[in-house]
Design a protein around this ligand. Structure first.
Ligand code: ADP
Length: 167
C-alpha cells in the first residue's frame, strides 16, 4: 500500500503551539506530513508569505518530534497542491464550535474541487483550544507575555518585526 500523505495547511501568521499540537497529532496518524503555508489574500498578515514559510520551517526544524515533516509555501489552490504531492488527506484543527461553520464550508468546497482528498479534523490539547495567531498578535502588540503560546524563534521574529515597524 502507498504511504498516506497528509497536508496541514494554514496561514501560520505566525505558527503557534496550537498549530504544533495539531501537526504532532497528524504525525502520529499519517506516514508523511507536509505543512502548507498559504498566501491567504483575505487576511492582512503580520509576516509576508516568504517570512511565514521561513519561520514555519525554522520552528518545525527545531522540534525533535517533527523530523521528516516538510514545510512548503503554496500559491494556488490547496486541492491542486494535494494532487501534485499525491496527498489523500487535509488535516485541520478544530478548537471550538466557532471553527466548525467555516471548516464545513471549506470541506464541501474542497470536495467539489477534488473528490480524491478527505478532510480530517483534530482537536488540540485543551490548553491550546483558545489559542490563535490573532490572539497571540493582540497580546504581543499590547505588551503581554506570549512565551507560553509560541516558540522562542517566533518571539524573536515578532520583536524584529516590531522594531522594523517602529523604524
Ligand atoms: P487559516 O487561515 O487557514 O485558518 P490558521 O493558521 O489560522 O490558518 O490555522 C491553520 C489551521 O490550524 C486551522 O485548521 C486552525 O483551525 C488550526 N489551528 C490554529 N490554531 C489552533 C489551535 N490553537 N488549536 C488547534 N488548531 C489550531
Amino acid at each position: 500500500m502507498n504511504d498516506c500523505i497528509a497536508i496541514v495547511p494554514g496561514t501560520f501568521d505566525p505558527i503557534t503551539n496550537g498549530h504544533l499540537d495539531i501537526i504532532k497529532r497528524a504525525c502520529k496518524i499519517f506516514d508523511h506530513v507536509i505543512v502548507a503555508v498559504a498566501i491567504n489574500a483575505s487576511k492582512m498578515p503580520m509576516f509576508d508569505f516568504d517570512e511565514r514559510v521561513e519561520l514555519t520551517k525554522r520552528v518545525v526544524d527545531e522540534e525533535p518530534d517533527l523530523s521528516g515533516v516538510e514545510v512548503k509555501g503554496i500559491k494556488g489552490l490547496l486541492v491542486d497542491f494535494a494532487k501534485e504531492v499525491n496527498a489523500k488527506v487535509i488535516v485541520r484543527g478544530l478548537r471550538a464550535v466557532s471553527d466548525f461553520e467555516y471548516e464545513l464550508q471549506m470541506a464541501f468546497m474542497n470536495r467539489r474541487l477534488n473528490k480524491e482528498v478527505e478532510m480530517v479534523y483534530l482537536m488540540p490539547y485543551i490548553k491550546y483550544s483558545f489559542l490563535s495567531s490573532s490572539i497571540v498578535k493582540d497580546v504581543f502588540f499590547n505588551g503581554g507575555d506570549i512565551s507560553k503560546f509560541v516558540p522562542g524563534v517566533v518571539i524573536e521574529a515578532m520583536n524584529k518585526k516590531l522594531e522594523e515597524r517602529r523604524g
